[in-house]
Design a protein around this ligand. Structure first.
Ligand code: SAH
Length: 605
């Protein structure tokens, strides 16, 4: 097999077939500028939509003999093996490269799995022998190569032009390119950074010197004011947007507007579930903040990134969990922007201390009982430096609610100090983990017993504690966990319509994924474990099949299928837990089936 990169821009390509597999090929071709003709007697809806937007030419009928001539590339992805065979033969006769999905014998070329970071592309292939490892390798690379590589390769391209303008010898050019590569690529961590114009000039100068000290990868040290003139007129703007505490429905309208029209989004892990799944594919996504097994991006690099993106003239959204100014270092980020003269705004949102207790059945104020609420970071209480929380003052007020952020590790010390200062140990108290999401867990007890209960239930961050008499109202007001399907996190192709709404009212966290699947939807799906997937057609099974190795997707997820053809397809593609929902009222029957499942003993988590 001989690899090439084809320039398909403005060239005619043919896709015979109108299902999910065809859709994926079409997406790939369109993203590289091909002129795509699709022939299918019964195309799925996303294809009709692409046709009505003028993105493809859709011919709604069967494939006719010899039609494959006149194209530069031909794909067949139908479930009719005779049609596939005919397309293959026609293309072969006309001397055109042809690929029949899932049939290596009928392929004169294979498509590699690919990873795109701007102009940089990595392709993985196994000559059609083992597509399953290829998919998994691509996923692995996808996690190693984050979006900064797109910016980096763009910078590398400009640097090459700059070097070319300077009439250097071949050796000098190589020297300059080495400096660029060695200084911007961390070979161990496989990360890259964009250099400042000042650095580029110094590499150019060094390349003409006799001896040049070899620089190694260095962390970005961007002086925002120094690099500004290189980017010309400044149009950049940063919105510091609060994403709410987890439930995507709690993102504000303004927040959504800003996200949908952004050029780049820099998001925290805590805020990942708030990303709109329908975020346009052109929006650059930069994940920062803590993630299991990954080091968090240091705060200084986050601010440098915001400044750099804005200086490139981009509309940037900095998406943070909860509210940007409540224990989220939003103040520091805004200050850095102000210092770099970058215009910004703040889009507040509901902070965890308000929303999380509400989902745990706790009103944080209550007339004639609680007249004060204190939001406090408990983490500071185990730090020796910095200002200390006056727990003694808080302990003295019986008509107050204390809501503590970042308090899992420090809880024993906090409770000790409150009790020492005279708080009644029978004061009601609760700890809520991952509030407002399908993973919400609540421990409710008294303040005296809270540390022990939190340890027994292995509560982990993100979690917050609530202490005060208002916690007792949860007895009556615990509306969220009483919903029958709480804990289910189910993917369905958008629009979810009435079914999506009904599932959500029953407590399901519904992830509505557009086709073609967006990068944002992948991030949302991967943010928390999924429990199932609703399929209303075979095409939906095909269209989501590629996603199954991604984070969030678990082998024990259930495929809830509308009919037997759909269930059969899921079985063919290797789903082990397939449930066909029979009967005329799919929506109601699905909810009943889910309820039956939730009444059975749950798996250990
Ligand atoms: N700016 C955020 C807080 C960031 S600090 C806000 O306004 O909510 C991170 C802490 O917030 C976590 O350690 C946890 O204490 C709390 N938190 C955020 N989301 C939470 C959630 N869904 N459930 C419980 N606690 C949460």
């Amino acid at each position: 097999m001989y690899p090439v990169m084809l320039n398909v821009r403005n060239r005619r390509c043919l896709v015979v077939g109108g299902g999910g597999v065809a859709l994926r090929k079409i997406e790939g071709l369109l993203s590289d500028g091909a002129l795509v003709t699709v022939i299918s007697p019964d195309p799925i809806k996303p294809l009709s939509e692409l046709a009505s937007q003028g993105a493809i030419e859709l011919v709604v009928r069967k494939y006719l003999k010899k039609e494959a001539g006149g194209f530069v590339l031909v794909f067949a992805a139908t479930d009719d093996s005779e049609v596939n065979q005919r397309v293959f033969e026609d293309a072969q006769q006309a001397g055109i490269w042809v690929n029949v999905a899932d049939d290596p014998k009928l392929c004169s070329f294979h498509l590699p799995a690919r990873l795109k970071r701007g102009a940089l592309q990595l392709a993985v292939a196994s000559a059609g022998e083992a597509p399953f490892v290829v998919r998994r390798l691509r996923k692995l690379l996808e996690h190693r190569f984050s979006s900064e590589w797109a910016e980096w390769v763009e910078a590398a391209g400009s640097f090459r032009k700059l070097v070319r303008q300077h009439n250097l010898s071949a050796t000098q050019q190589e020297k300059a390119f080495n400096s660029f590569f060695d200084s911007t690529v961390d070979k161990q961590a496989i990360t890259a950074r964009v250099p400042s114009p000042t650095e580029e000039i110094s590499w150019l100068n060094d390349s003409t010197q006799q001896t040049k000290p070899r620089k190694n990868y260095s962390k970005p040290t961007i002086d925002p004011r120094a690099s500004k003139p290189a980017f010309g007129k400044l149009r950049g703007f940063v919105s510091l947007v609060g994403g709410g505490p987890g439930d995507p429905g709690l993102l504000t309208l303004r927040g959504r507007q800003r996200l949908m029209s952004a050029d780049a989004v820099v998001y925290d892990r805590l805020a990942a579930t708030a990303l709109p799944c329908d975020l346009p594919a052109r929006v650059e996504l930069h994940g920062v903040g803590k993630q299991a097994k990954h080091h968090p991006v240091p705060q200084s690099e986050i601010t440098s990134l915001l400044i750099r993106l804005a200086q490139q003239g981009k509309q940037v959204v900095r998406l943070k969990g909860g509210d940007p100014y409540v224990f989220g270092r939003g103040g520091e980020e805004a200050e850095a922007l102000a210092e770099a003269s970058i215009p910004f705004e703040v889009v507040p949102s509901v902070t965890a201390a308000i929303a999380v207790p509400a989902y745990a059945g706790i009103p944080v104020t209550y007339r004639k009982q609680v007249v004060r609420v204190t939001l406090v970071t408990a983490h500071e209480s185990i730090k020796a430096d910095g200002p200390q929380v006056r727990w003694d003052l808080l302990a003295a007020d019986p008509h107050a609610t204390i809501v503590g952020y970042m308090g899992v590790t420090s809880l024993p010390q906090v409770v000790e100090q409150l009790l020492q200062a005279g708080m009644n140990s029978a004061t009601p108290a609760a700890m809520v983990e991952r509030g407002t999401t399908s993973r919400q867990r609540v421990v409710r007890t008294t303040v005296g017993k809270l540390p022990e209960m939190v340890r027994l239930h292995r509560i982990r961050p993100p979690a917050l504690f609530v202490i005060g008499p208002c916690v007792e109202h949860a007895e009556k007001l615990d509306w969220y966990s009483r919903r029958p399907l709480v804990g289910e996190r189910i993917v369905m192709v958008s629009p979810g319509g009435d079914l999506g709404e009904a599932l959500s009212l029953h407590g399901v966290e519904v992830v509505q994924v557009p086709l073609p699947v967006t990068e944002a939807a992948r991030i949302v799906m991967g943010a928390l474990p999924l429990t199932g997937c609703v399929f209303r057609s075979r095409d939906e099974v095909d269209a989501l099949d590629e996603e199954r190795d991604a984070p969030g997707w678990e082998p024990r997820m259930i495929a809830w299928c509308l009919d037997s053809a759909t269930a059969q397809r899921a079985g063919q593609l290797g789903w082990t837990r397939v449930k066909e929902i029979s009967g005329p009222a799919f929506d109601q029957n699905l909810i009943t089936a889910l309820e039956l499942k939730s009444q059975r003993p749950k798996h250990k988590q």
